[in-house]
Design a protein around this ligand. Sequence first.
Ligand code: KIV
Ligand code: ZN
Length: 423
Amino acid sequence: MISGTHTPHHMDIDSIGALVAESNAAQEKPVRHIRIFDTTLRDGEQSPGASMTFAEKMQVAEQLVRMGVDIIEAGFPSASPGDLAAVREIARRTRGTAVAGLARANQSDIDACREALQDAERPVLHVFLATSDLHMQYKLMMTREEVLARVDEMVRYGRRFFADVEFSAEDATRSDWNFLSQVFTTAISAGASTINIPDTVGYTMPNEYTALLTHLRRTVPGIEKVTMSAHCHDDLGMATANTLAAIAAGVGQVEVTINGLGERAGNTALEEVVMALRTRADTFGGYTTRIATEQLVPTSQMVSRITGIHVQPNKAIVGANAFAHEAGIHQDGMLKHRGTYEIMEPRMVGWSESKLVLGKHSGRHGFDAHLRRMGMRLRGEELQRAYESFIAFVDEHKTVDADDLRRIAEIAKHMPLPEQASA
Ligand code: KIV
Ligand code: ZN
């Protein structure tokens, strides 16, 4: 045993080895794989205006597989014959990645999922029922007892046909915590392998979500044997923060969409969670995903092109300006060391390079670097004059393109220098 009074100098080699092993074990968290459940084709498609054709859904599903998601929620088969057909075809084509279908807690929805997922290599049935008093009273018109009985009945029914059943308690974050514990206890004893705790209306805050998940872990028997899942909406802009808090609180699965598409303000953006875990491994430590991160931008662009929903330029990771620098101080820093203003490598997420954008905030240094990259070399007075014309130009026109720059540089080059002009 290692006594507190010993120093390594007094120890034999075995004791030192034990001390090192003990301190490594204390510092290193075991690596935990976070399962990425992509719901772009289901919750994402519920974005107003985002509906996709059959062929487009096939393209997106193929790209999601290429990018390495663990589960594709391919649709809501009972919603329409078109949805059922698309889920069925995705299930038939997809190998190596699980395919989920969504069902309300009734037999005909579950039967539609059976039909749609019959050819899936790894089918997942996703059943949901609302559990907040508000939803139960006004939407479902069911009592708590009726909801518990329905969860039990439908999860058991689902388990007759599916080895993997996920149960979601819709509006979980606004549900009574003790009732929610009863709901999940029921779902687990009926055979659910994943329990999802959705923040359906984007209401919760990270500390509250953490507290709710901790409460469930303490009060639901058997919860340690199933996978807990987070599903967050972005109504208050907290979806990514809440999802990361859920990971720290022990969930093994996160439900996300490309570009944060989804009902109303959208769902948690896949790219943000994946890159936060990777970039801030120092703080999260030990979490990995299977996502090939260099596929993030191509996937984002495909989904944006197909749905017609543009990605805002300042969107994290995949926005056109996510790696663009305009201010002179920033460009100067970037030219000296990219770490001054970038925390990720653009190539790591699928951009070809960072952009030093010229605008009225750009300095002489950035302007000069830009001209050089275009193959133009101006020095001294010529460079100063070109820079002044450029600033006057962007003040008036806001933006400048390569042709404008070439013209500005040519004029500055061919204007007589002050001493020639006065000669
Ligand atoms: O937001 C939500 O509650 C959902 C469920 C169907 C999981 O999308
Ligand atoms: Zn949702």
